[in-house]
Design a protein around this ligand. Structure first.
Ligand SMILES: [Fe+2]
Length: 484
């Protein structure tokens, strides 16, 4: 056996052991040295169901305390324009912290709010934060980053500068999403560094978090505890959370790609129910593990499961964009379906003063990896399995951290990717762009009847799925290795 074959066999064994491994206990580190007793930490605001009227709040304390939120509407200068309202929620203890969850579900659409979280009875409150609700019209924008995956405070701070550069570039962005891997080893210390470094952003906008494999694949319930999300039907929250929401004229579906061993019947059924019932104009799918990417992870069995087993189902759902992470490089596919580029007409228009090429009603899906916002970058894997490099519009590693912006304006969607040179004054440069003009209306699948999302009914199907998908993927993997 030569060294290369030995390494490949070893990586296969490692993957197998990962697939079958049990979760291990949390690090003994409790974050005590970072969070003094009595302080309020890890504050964040998320969409909880209706983006126009509802928000979820989450934070952590070291000691038992109340779970209350106070908020009021503010004008553009930050002056109060409504009465103060109070909301109460619940708390639970997890790995050395008390996690607090509160939902405010009677908010006004299109309104800026100021809020504090804390303990009403004790009169103890967090710093003041702000967020804005969706006004429901068909014009909005958001920012995407991926793979912060830091393990030192310095590297979390580095990544926070990338997202801050994103908000400087597109200050009107109404939320940001992070396509998974917030942390590296999923310890209290790392989560503290994350929320401390990104505090200004987490406290002053709405977050759309996505579970990555480093956020809870092997450390159960960590991701679920950090954020207050309305879980999709059948979601147990063990390895992450799947959920969805409408924003403006778009429907955004967030998958938990940790839940693909086996490819859980309840999540796959929920996904089909969720998207097939939506008549939103734009349909966007977000998850951590990508279907198409060209970094070092692309040929591994876990991403193969996604590509070989889940993608054929997803391609039937009329999705416009798929945003993912995990492979720490920049990738944008052309409009593709069934592994082939779908030829699409284009028109050129001046949009916001810039000559912009729009693809008109593309019939395929565009896959995007925004590249890492952190410091761990993978180069382009020239051995990426076919057809990944052939269907790419861009597959590259610029050697700089990146963020992406998405502007939706009725029939138009304008996507831009930027590099940020954090070590040289944070210079932001446009790296790639792509735009769609979609004149066809969104529509739900007529007569769609919900598939079963009850986990107990799906137990045997999940076990059968495990063997079916696992055998298929290992077979494909060995075939790929043998062909090299
Ligand atoms: Fe990852």
């Amino acid at each position: 056996m030569n060294k290369k074959t030995g390494f490949k066999l070893l990586s296969l064994l490692l993957v197998l052991s990962l697939l079958f491994s049990m979760p291990f206990a949390a690090s003994a580190n409790t974050g005590d040295e970072i969070v003094p007793d009595g302080s309020i930490t890890r504050v964040n605001v998320t969409i909880y169901g209706d983006s126009k009227t509802s928000r979820g709040f989450s934070w952590a304390t070291k000691k038992n305390s109340g779970s209350d939120v106070m908020l009021y509407a503010i004008d553009a200068e930050g002056n109060p324009i409504s009465e103060v309202k109070y909301y109460s929620g619940k708390s639970n203890s997890f790995m050395g912290y008390i996690y607090h969850k509160v939902v405010a579900a009677d908010l006004e659409p299109g309104t800026m709010y100021a809020y504090r979280v804390g303990d009403k009875a004790a009169g103890k409150w967090s710093d003041l934060g702000t967020f804005k609700t969706d006004d429901g019209d068909d014009k909005f924008s958001f920012i995407a980053i991926a793979d912060v995956q830091a393990s030192s405070e310095k590297n979390f701070q580095f990544a926070s500068k990338v997202l801050e550069a994103g908000y400087r570039t597109l200050p009107e962005a109404e939320f940001f999403m992070s396509a998974g891997d917030f942390v590296n080893d999923c310890t209290n210390e790392e989560w503290e560094w994350l929320f401390k470094s990104f505090k200004n952003i987490f406290m002053n906008t709405t977050a759309v978090p996505i579970a990555g494999n480093h956020d809870g694949n092997l450390k159960w319930h960590w991701f679920e505890n950090q954020f207050n999300l309305k879980k999709g039907a059948g979601c147990d929250g063990i390895t992450g959370v799947y959920y969805s929401f409408d924003y403006g004229n778009a429907h955004i579906t967030v998958l938990n790609s940790n839940d693909m061993y086996p490819m859980s019947e309840q999540q796959v059924n929920w996904l089909q129910n969720d998207i097939n019932k939506s008549d939103a104009k734009w349909k966007i799918l977000v998850m951590h593990r990508p279907f198409y990417s060209a970094g070092k992870n692309v040929n591994k069995p876990d991403t193969m499961i996604m590509r070989d087993r889940l993608l054929p189902i997803v391609e039937k759902l009329n999705i416009d964009l798929i945003i993912a992470g995990h492979d720490h490089m920049y990738y944008r596919s052309k409009s593709v379906k069934n592994g082939k580029v779908v030829p699409t007409e284009t028109i050129t228009e001046v949009y916001k003063g810039v000559e912009t090429v729009f693809e008109v009603n593309p019939a395929g899906v565009t896959h995007i990896l925004p590249n890492t916002a952190g410091t761990k970058r993978y180069s382009v894997n020239q051995k990426a399995v076919s057809p990944i490099l052939d269907i790419a519009a861009v597959a590259s590693q610029p050697g700089l951290s990146m963020f992406s912006t998405f502007e939706i304006d009725g029939d138009r969607l304008v996507y831009k990717a930027y590099t940020v040179d954090v070590d040289n004054g944070g210079t932001v440069e446009l790296y790639d762009q792509y735009a769609i003009l979609k004149t066809v209306p969104g529509s739900a699948v007529e007569g769609w009847e919900d598939l079963d999302t009850n986990p107990s009914n799906n137990l045997f199907k999940n076990i059968a799925n495990f063997f079916k998908h696992f055998t298929q993927v290992i077979f494909s993997y060995l075939k790929m290795l043998a062909s090299r």
